[in-house]
Design a binder for this molecule. Structure first.
Ligand code: G3P
Ligand code: CA
Length: 277
């Protein structure tokens, strides 16, 4: 981006309070979805910490990205390999989620990471309380019937949904329109964000965004499909635009130039610096 254009984009960002969403926590520098990654993101000043939800065999909501434990969990194979949904919470308690990171990223490794455990969503909410805002994804909800209902029970219990809720402290995102529509039907005031991976043909753009705006307050496209028309089209429909996942400074600058309202990043400190915060 040319310098005057970047300066203009940054001034506009300050005016519209661009949101810094720590994707799986500050997951560039600490293992994804660990307390270490969330602690770091909040210390850096991120506006939101992100949680990907999976449901265990005994119906507990845990914060973990993949369907499978194999990439990021280590421990007894009977407990820490295979699908999350085939394990009980008691089994997942036997896994750690940091040593894969130390092996893959030796330059960012810390011995204490290998003591990190898979958190439940309740533990994340209880640990951070009022200090954080939670950007929660229902992950593969078709494989976890009842995930939305369990999520609402938890959010209501913690004052994040229902009567008197602090609605500004939670956003729920999903690639699944059905999951979001169910949440909207059960809790119309809950603020929802529709994730979107594939390009939308120009002829279908407005009708797609109009439909999304019937249940969601935001649109979360892959950065790969984003362009100025899509940003403007979504904002015209009243949707905030939060692309994922942006980790390079030139791409961050480009997203800001397009006029996004926030973005998911593994590197919240980098985005905060670019925003002058
Ligand atoms: O939720 C936004 C972004 O996180 C979606 O991709 O695979 O990282 O959950 P993923
Ligand atoms: Ca996610």
């Amino acid at each position: 981006m040319r310098l005057p254009l970047l300066a203009f984009a940054l001034a506009a960002c300050a005016a519209r309070d661009v949101q810094v969403i720590a994707h799986r926590g500050a997951s560039w520098d600490a293992p994804e979805h660990s307390f270490a990654a969330y602690d770091l993101a909040l210390r850096q000043g991120a506006d939101w910490i992100e949680q990907d939800l999976q449901m265990t065999r005994d119906g507990q909501l845990v914060v973990f990205h993949d369907d499978s434990l194999d990439r990021t969990a280590r421990g007894p194979a009977a407990d820490c390999a295979g699908l999350v949904r085939d394990k009980t919470l008691a089994q997942l308690r036997r896994c750690e989620i940091g040593s894969w990171f130390n092996e893959k990223f030796p330059g960012r490794a810390r011995p204490e990471f290998s003591a990190e455990r898979i958190p439940t969503l309740a533990e994340v909410i209880e640990r951070y309380g009022d200090r954080a805002r939670f950007y929660i994804e229902t992950k593969n909800p078709a494989e976890a019937p009842g995930m939305e209902d369990s999520l609402l029970v938890l959010l209501r219990k913690h004052g994040l949904a229902g009567a008197g809720a602090d609605r500004e402290r939670v956003l729920v995102q999903s690639f699944s329109p059905a999951s979001l529509e169910r949440l909207h039907a059960l809790e119309p005031e809950l603020r929802l964000v529709q994730l979107w991976e594939d390009p939308i043909p120009a002829a279908a753009r407005d009708s797609t965004l109009k439909r999304i705006a019937e249940y969601a307050v935001g649109f979360g496209p892959s950065r790969r499909i984003l362009n100025a028309d899509l940003v403007r089209g979504a904002q015209r429909r009243g949707l905030v635009v939060h692309p994922y996942t942006v980790n390079d400074e030139p791409v961050m600058s480009y997203m800001l130039e397009l006029g996004v309202d926030g973005m998911f990043t593994d590197r919240p400190a980098l985005l905060l610096r670019l925003l002058g915060r």
